[in-house]
Design a protein around this ligand. Structure first.
Ligand code: NI
Length: 136
């Protein structure tokens, strides 16, 4: 089994907050990420597909195709957007890195399956030091 990864990048605004909590409680739980007037992150997304190399091409997946699929289904909807307000697949969900990684998986796994490929993991860096991995 071979694992192949494509990295993509986007930046987006968000805030972490609960409507029914006071600003003070939101600040207590979510810290600076609860700033009422939003803030942004530069996200790095690593999408890993697993499989056996095709005997003819030697590819597990054509990386150009993988990149296009990720861009159409995910990056175009996230880049330069507000995760809380602009993104259809994040409506009503917490805009945390954890939830976003799950949502990205849900966007791309079925499309990859239709192409005959198997998604292994979604790894999402919110900062240099903080990242989430999701394996479905
Ligand atoms: Ni944040």
């Amino acid at each position: 089994m071979v694992y192949i990864t494509r990295r993509e990048h986007f930046n987006a605004a968000h805030k972490l907050f609960k409507e029914d909590w006071s600003d003070q409680k939101n600040m207590e739980i979510f810290g600076k990420c609860s700033n009422p007037n939003w803030h942004g992150h530069n996200y790095d997304l690593f999408v890993t597909v697993k499989g056996e190399p095709n005997p003819t091409t030697g590819f597990v997946i054509d990386l150009k195709k993988l990149s296009k699929l990720i861009n159409v289904l995910v990056i175009d909807k996230l880049d330069h957007k507000n995760l809380n307000l602009d993104v259809d697949f994040m409506k009503g969900r917490m805009a945390s890195t954890e939830v976003l990684a799950i949502a990205i998986w849900e966007q791309i796994a079925p499309a990859l399956k239709l192409e005959g490929s198997e998604l292994h993991s979604v790894k999402l860096y919110e900062t240099e030091n903080n990242y989430v991995e999701y394996f479905g």
